[in-house]
Design a protein around this ligand. Structure first.
Ligand code: FAD
Length: 482
């Protein structure tokens, strides 16, 4: 008789297209599923409040899905290198399976654990469960890693479709559940005093079925116009799948195949929208690839020239940026959307991030830490690579001297001011003409709109033109560096 297998869930909180789970079931025998709350060795720096809220609901959904199939799901806290061997003893486990993570510390920990378990006589196998292709699969002609997205994407597409996803099992052969394990409620992942999660609850449905519903809705209603509308924060034009992907509630390979099948069926505009969308999923792979090959990226500039950049230490400005009180409506709207829903539209992420690093000259690492703490989709690879990209020091980055004008960005991408009015109600009554630069409105217009500038809404923290010049001269200081 085949003995029990252990499946260690990490960033793959789903039953569909889960290669580790599939392998355990295929082996035969009972399957014990475990999730370990591990803040010490995961390498994925501490989980912020919004992501903790998500994790709670995602684990609750996974627990229900496993229970409905007769499976066993255990929660544990502590260090996996100790807990996994303990569980193996407790359940007489013979084989251990997991899907790989790509954060530098997770890679090192998992390699050591694999060796240790094998030395103890267990069968151990790991899989790709979270990328279209793994970092070591997509190589340049010379066998190296890509540092530029377009050739990376071409090479990835040239490899053909990734393997087809595997459906969720109907039945999970479990073991009796009167064994040890934590209670999810005891992890206190949800905010209590105060409970600030109302905006998250209105915006999201964590869990595999929520992810699937989100994908179908996006493919049915928005994908055909994705190419035109993906930069518009005032429209519901993107998939909002990022937190579902960050927690692994849907695999990118499954998204790829569902989207490709839809493209074949629909053709025309839908097909082109689907390819633009899949290209973004490609950016996700690219960023994981970058982090895997450059493990110091979370703390060091990819482009070392920026090590000498004259960042300013300005606690007050950082706080105003975090709270959405810079006086630049497009930036403030984004930072308030983030605070309320744990999410910011990509275009506004770029504008707000650029404002921090270029208008305020604050080190990108402060912005990265704030996003990591507040985003529901906080993901080390995507967050770090995108922050470095915006700051100009990342791989394939926008040139530093291209400085977003927060006024022009608002006028272009939120043309009717719907987004700004939603998140900054205190300036909603301003005519469109002044909405992105309230300080230019005559006193009579401000009075009529009920705005007392500097009191009900801040005056601009810096003057755009002067801030731009200051950023360019700061860049001049490092331009020539080796
Ligand atoms: P869609 O436009 O529907 O795209 C589909 C999917 O493609 C996304 O869900 C995401 O997984 C991926 N994707 C889209 N854009 C990017 C991108 N620029 N880089 C990598 N993958 C992308 N994304 C995160 O998932 N986690 C983060 O912590 C994160 N931090 C960011 C920080 C900054 C400063 C910036 C500029 C971007 C960051 N992004 C991050 C990327 C991007 O903003 C989000 O993935 C996107 O806004 C999610 O919305 P969506 O699911 O509707 O995207």
């Amino acid at each position: 008789m085949t003995g029990p297998s252990l499946v260690w869930f990490r960033k793959d909180l789903r039953l569909s297209d889960n290669p580790a789970l599939q392998a355990a079931i295929a082996r035969g025998g009972p399957v014990v599923c475990v999730f370990i709350r591990d803040e010490a060795t995961s390498g994925a720096l501490p989980v912020g409040g919004a992501a903790a809220w998500w994790l709670h609901h995602s684990l609750a959904a996974l627990a229900d899905d496993i229970a409905a199939r007769g499976g066993t799901f255990i929660l544990k806290s502590g260090e996996p290198p100790t807990i996994i061997p303990d569980l193996c003893r407790e359940f007489d486990i013979e084989a251990v399976f997991w899907n790989r993570c790509y954060e530098p510390e997770a890679v090192a920990r998992d390699m050591n654990l694999k060796t240790d378990l094998k030395d103890r006589g267990f069968y151990v196998e790991s899989f790709n469960g979270s990328l279209l292709r793994e970092p070591l699969e997509v190589k340049t002609k010379a066998g190296g890693a890509y540092g530029v997205f377009t050739p990376f994407w071409k090479a990835l597409c040239a490899m053909g479709d990734p393997p087809r996803p595997v459906a969720a099992p109907d039945v999970l052969p479990g073991l009796p559940t009167d064994r040890s394990g934590d209670d999810l409620e005891d992890w206190s992942l949800l905010p209590t005093k105060p409970d600030w999660s109302g905006g998250l609850q209105e915006s999201w449905s964590p869990g595999e079925s929520g992810a699937r519903a989100r994908l179908s809705d996006f493919l049915e209603s928005s994908v055909a116009r994705y190419g035109d509308r993906r930069n518009r924060p005032d429209l519901d034009g993107t998939s909002r799948l990022s937190p579902h992907l960050a927690f692994g509630e849907l695999s990118p390979r499954e998204i790829w195949h569902i989207a490709r099948d839809a493209a074949h069926r629909e053709g025309g505009q839908a097909e082109s929208g689907i390819w633009s969308f899949l290209r973004e999923i490609g950016w996700r792979d690219f960023n994981h690839n970058l982090l895997f090959h450059n493990p110091e990226m979370p703390v060091r500039n990819y482009n070392e020239k920026f090590d000498a950049f004259p960042w300013l230490d300005n606690e007050d400005a950082l706080k105003r940026w975090q709270k959405g009180r810079t006086g630049y409506p497009m930036v403030d709207a984004g930072m308030r959307e983030l605070w309320h829903t744990g999410f910011i539209h990509n275009r506004v992420r770029m504008v707000a991030a650029s404002f921090l690093v270029k208008h305020l000259l604050i080190d990108w690492r402060h912005g990265e830490a704030w996003f990591r703490d507040t985003l529901v989709d906080a993901d080390l690879a995507n967050n770090v690579a995108n922050w470095q990209w915006v700051a100009g020091c990342g791989a394939d980055a926008a040139p530093y001297f291209r400085i977003f004008n927060p006024i022009g960005q608002g006028e272009k991408f939120d043309p009717d001011g719907t987004y700004i009015r939603r998140w900054i109600p205190e300036i909603a009554a301003l005519p469109d003409k002044y909405l992105n630069e309230p300080w230019t409105a005559p006193d009579s217009v401000l009075d009529e709109a009920g705005i007392d500038l500097g009191r009900t809404y801040p005056k601009p923290i810096v003057e755009h033109k002067r801030a731009r010049e200051r950023a360019l001269s700061a860049y001049d200081e490092i331009k020539g560096a080796a």
